[in-house]
Design a protein around this ligand. Structure first.
Ligand SMILES: [Cu+2]
Length: 164
């Protein structure tokens, strides 16, 4: 398909047809993107970027030891250390819960990776400096769902406990 129209790049007569084909490809990509952004259920959880929620959680990123403010000996020994706060929180099964991550550091990126109890990855996202990132999560299975900032391991880790 691609080879079919790539040969006609310089042909002015082919241009409108070429344009229509481009538009169709762009539309298809847009549709695929939309499908990715739509709420999806994997391994017992539905995750959306927005929507109504019955409960709310705010998870901040805390700098425990950083090069700007120290303690210098700690940074020297372990590097910069951050934690999620809270590191453990509970949500109710089947209750849409808005979870907002506040990345409080002006100069350090974080990320968030959520897995199911069997360590299948459910969600991976960046938490850019000085940003709020919100999801509406609805867990359909009880259990302990670990999460991580992959950039700051092992200390920046936590668990969502899904309860009845
Ligand atoms: Cu981090």
């Amino acid at each position: 398909m691609i080879g079919e129209w790539s040969g006609k790049g310089n042909d002015p007569i082919a241009a409108p047809w070429h344009h229509a084909r481009m538009k169709r490809i762009v539309a298809m990509c847009a549709l695929m993107l939309l499908a990715c952004r739509a709420p999806h259920q994997r391994h017992g959880v539905t995750i959306a970027r927005s929507g109504s929620a019955k409960a709310r959680m705010v998870v901040t990123t805390i700098a425990v030891a950083v090069k700007e403010t120290g303690p210098a000996d700690t940074v020297k020994r372990f590097g910069e250390v951050y934690v999620f706060s809270p590191e453990v929180f509970a949500v109710r099964r089947d209750q849409p819960t808005q979870v907002t991550f506040w990345s409080l550091q002006p100069d350090d990126e974080h990320d968030f990776m959520l897995t199911d109890p069997a360590n299948h990855v459910l969600l991976q996202t960046k938490l850019p400096p000085l940003s709020k990132t919100t999801f509406v999560m609805t867990f359909h299975d009880e259990g302990v769902f670990p999460f991580y900032c992959k950039m700051h391991q092992p200390e920046m880790s936590g668990q969502i406990i899904v309860t009845r």
